[in-house]
Design a binder for this molecule. Sequence first.
Ligand SMILES: Cc1ncc(COP(=O)(O)O)c(C=O)c1O
Length: 403
Amino acid sequence: MEKALLTKLIEKYGDAFYILDTRQFRENFSELKKAFSDIYANFGIAYSYKTNYTPKLCKIVDEMGGYAEVVSDMEEEIALRIGVDPRKIIWNGPYKNYDGVEDLLLRGGTVNLDSSYEIDKIAEIAKKHSNKMLNVGIRINFEIGDGVVSRFGFDVDSPELQAVLRLVKETENLHLIGIQCHFATRRLETWKPRAERMIEFLDKYAIVPEHIDLGGGLFGKMADSLKEQFDSYIPAYDEYARVVAPVFASRYGNCTEKPLLLIEPGSALVGDCMKFAAKVINIKAVRGKPIATLLGSVYNINPTLNKKNPPIEIYSMGRPQEQYHDLDFGGFTCIESDYLYRHYYGELAQGDVAVFGNVGSYSVVLKPPFILPNFPIIEITDKGVELVKRGETFDDLFHTFVF
Ligand SMILES: Cc1ncc(COP(=O)(O)O)c(C=O)c1O
């Protein structure tokens, strides 16, 4: 980025803002889709809205033929307002507002049942709308060797799973449209078990659903400096595809009915599509330790507090810089541990701008309204600078409180 442009952006949008890159997002979507479709053609992407539900991104997913993966009626509303065909909305999640569920089912969307409390609720809705076919899926939970006991979905060996299978079998207007699973672990070696266990399950019950959905949990693209901070290998899209898609090609390749294989990526699509720019407000030394304070917080870029240093670029804004060793970038909040980046070695001056990369996932959606409302999101396009989300104001945050 040119200094002149950064100066103009600061003048217009303030000393901190997010920069969205929808060109990268489109490229990621196409590349991921191609990687899987080249091996198993009946493949689709259901974008995980919760990861970054900026409407501009959700709209791109829709335009590019993707599905909307939502986990609340709030997220369903985003999809509907964008104009997503309800038949392309898939609702997951351990808690569901059943008024919202009823609404989505009546519109033709898919609701993936997660737990036994949903069995009676779905039975009630089916009874109430007995002349309407309702699309339900079942989320299943099995061992994938990742060392985690996931709390989501029906355990494949549980009586609750038998009960939900019985319900969909015995209820004429419940159409079992899909089977889904999701595991948070992103490691490549956990993807073959997901694919194989899913097929074992389907074959055990002789189910050939319209969708087979393996959920999210894929790594996205990132700079080497970030990759090095993970304790596992960071695979590329086509490496996941080469593990998963052949399992489906070999099982369904010769069948007339080829289920749609879905995945629900969030981070893998959007992680590298956002940056965060924040001005250096002050540089101090405390007992010899250099600390820069930014108009920005770890809660702006990494509210899951995973302690990783994102890629960083420093833009000199004119004041003479000094060389720093082991400088930490602290945030504007009063939380002692609020650091955006630790152990910086390089040049810096007060008034410079730090730009952090790879902040697209679980950032703007998770930022708490703590101490300061959130900063604007802009996009720099060939046509100029576009406002994607204006900066939040006092009233945006406080109009729900009673004064
Ligand atoms: C059901 C479901 N699908 C997809 C995702 C997206 O996961 P990721 O961002 O790891 O791809 C999540 C994340 O929690 C999820 O719960």
